[in-house]
Each structure stands twice: as structure tokens, then as C-alpha cells.
Write a protein that binds this ligand. Structure first.
Ligand code: ARG
Length: 273
């Protein structure tokens, strides 16, 4: 179970160029700040220590702290990160600030040559909860080639990587449609995956719980599982039943301003240990 999360305050958060189908409406930055603080409190109330990285002016998506690096731990090399190569040029600069932050704290940096490819951190790369393998999606942001290069590097550390293809543009990151609940159970939106990838996902978990497309587009698959709780932007009857079956208590945190940028709770933090 992770103990620490890294977040970036929304001081310069904005919606400028549309990078995904959710982006178009202006945001209310004061409201965004309140929602961000409520998420930080929800994590702290769940026993998580929250660290922050300073926001940088002009980097309007830096608040989505899940994307800039992939974070891992390996018995031999210790804590490590794999820096992302973000799909949109406007997000490229964010990566350097995160890499510096982790470098200062002693994380080993596994730099991949991602020329011509993209890889977007925990947006598309998710640990199986027992840390035995990594689910890795491509299609809209990360590229297949980016995932392949990542897989080679992780294989050297003994971590298998399972590639998955995303096919619904509203589910452009894996964290919108696959949410691991525990070692045996995952929450998915099936329509996000190509038929072959959906078979792979189903084969990888003892229990698969399904969200409707409507629920997925309301970011109910973008929750944070922490110490028996499930932090989510909203709760449907279906999601409530699923969480009860997996003995998770829902905690609702409104993220309306961040959803206007195509992200919710999961995207707004990286677990770093
Ligand atoms: N506006 C951001 C983008 O399009 C949202 C990122 C959401 N992050 C996530 N992990 N799903 O890049």
C-alpha cells in the first residue's frame, strides 16, 4: 500500500488548447483550488502523506501529476522513475520539473530513448496492485512503440508489461477505463479496449466489474484506492454495489473543474512509494 502521494497545486491550471474531447469550457480557478484542497484532505484523512511540487507558470496541465513520470520500486535499484515524453508539445516542459524533484530525492532515473514515440506515465501505465506486472496502454497518448521501449526496460528489472490498445477517444488514458481495486479485482469500462485487449484484461483478474460508458465518462473509473477507501468524483448505484462487494468505502470528492480538462482524482496525484 502506498504511503505518499505527490500533487501539484493548480496555481496556473487552465484549459487552453483542446487535448481531449472533454476540453472546451473555461475553468473557475478559485473553485479548482478548493477542489484540489479537498482531494488533498481526502488523501490525508485516508492516511496518505501528501507532498507537493511547485506549480510553474504557463504549464497549465502540471496539476495532473500522474503523467510526467512513471514511478516504481525494485529490490536491487530501489526507487526509480521513467520520465515521460508527453504527446502534446505544451506539456513537454512539465517532465523536467518532475524529474528534478525525484532526482533531488534520490530516485534512480531510467531514461528511455523515446524519439518519435510517446509515453504518459501513470496516465497509461498502471501497476498490478501486487506489483507483479504493469498494465500499459497505447492508442491516443502513449504510442505502441513507446510502450514497447518501456517494456524492454522493465523486463530487464523483471517486471512483465502487458500492452493494451485503447479505442474510445473519451477514454484516451488507461486510468479512465481500468482501475485496479485489489490483487484480484478491477473496475473496467469494456468499450475502451480493442477486442483482443479486452480479452487480455479479463484474463488478468479473478473479478472484473464493469462500468457503463456513461459512468466512465463521468470519471467513476478514475478513482483512487487507498486504505480500504475509494475516492471518486461521484457515485452511481452500480459503482456503490461494486465497492460494497470489494469492501471499499466510497469517498466522494467533486472535481468538476478538472473534468473540464479531461481528468479527475486519479490523474491529480502520483503515488511515490
Ligand atoms: N488536460 C490533460 C491532458 O489532456 C488531462 C490529463 C489527465 N490525466 C490523466 N492521467 N488521465 O493531458
Amino acid at each position: 500500500m502506498p504511503k505518499t502521494a505527490l500533487m501539484c497545486p493548480p496555481a496556473f491550471f487552465d484549459v487552453r488548447e483542446p487535448k481531449n474531447p472533454y476540453m472546451g469550457q473555461p475553468i473557475d480557478r478559485a473553485k479548482a483550488q478548493q477542489q484540489w484542497e479537498a482531494l488533498r484532505s481526502a488523501l490525508q484523512d485516508s492516511g496518505i502523506n501528501v507532498e507537493t511540487i511547485e506549480a510553474v507558470s504557463d504549464l497549465d496541465d502540471m496539476v495532473f501529476a500522474a503523467n510526467q513520470v512513471f514511478v516504481g520500486y525494485h529490490a536491487r535499484i530501489g526507487n526509480f522513475i521513467v520520465p515521460s515524453r508527453m504527446h502534446y508539445a505544451s506539456r513537454h516542459k512539465e517532465v523536467r520539473f518532475f524529474v528534478d524533484w525525484f532526482h533531488q530525492r534520490g530516485y534512480k532515473i531510467i531514461d528511455l530513448d523515446l524519439t518519435g514515440e510517446y509515453l504518459e506515465g501513470q496516465g497509461d501505465l498502471l501497476w498490478h496492485p501486487d506489483r507483479s506486472r504493469i498494465w500499459a496502454a497505447y492508442g491516443f497518448r502513449s504510442t505502441r512503440g513507446g510502450v514497447e521501449k518501456f517494456a524492454v526496460a522493465m523486463h530487464k528489472l523483471g517486471f512483465p508489461v502487458i500492452p493494451l490498445q485503447l479505442i474510445d477517444d473519451h477514454c484516451y488514458h488507461l486510468d479512465t477505463s481500468l482501475c485496479p481495486l485489489n490483487d484480484d479485482a478491477a473496475l473496467i469500462y469494456p468499450g475502451a479496449f480493442s477486442p483482443e485487449s479486452l480479452r487480455t484484461v479479463r484474463a488478468g483478474w479473478k473479478r472484473i466489474h464493469e462500468l457503463t460508458r456513461d459512468e466512465a465518462l463521468q470519471f467513476m473509473g478514475n478513482g483512487i484506492v487507498v486504505n480500504g477507501r475509494f475516492i471518486t468524483p461521484r457515485l452511481s448505484q452500480n459503482l456503490g454495489h461494486i465497492l460494497a462487494q470489494e469492501s471499499l468505502t466510497p469517498v466522494v470528492v467533486d472535481t468538476s473543474e478538472f473534468e473540464k480538462s479531461g481528468g479527475s482524482v486519479f490523474c491529480m496525484k502520483a503515488f511515490i512509494d
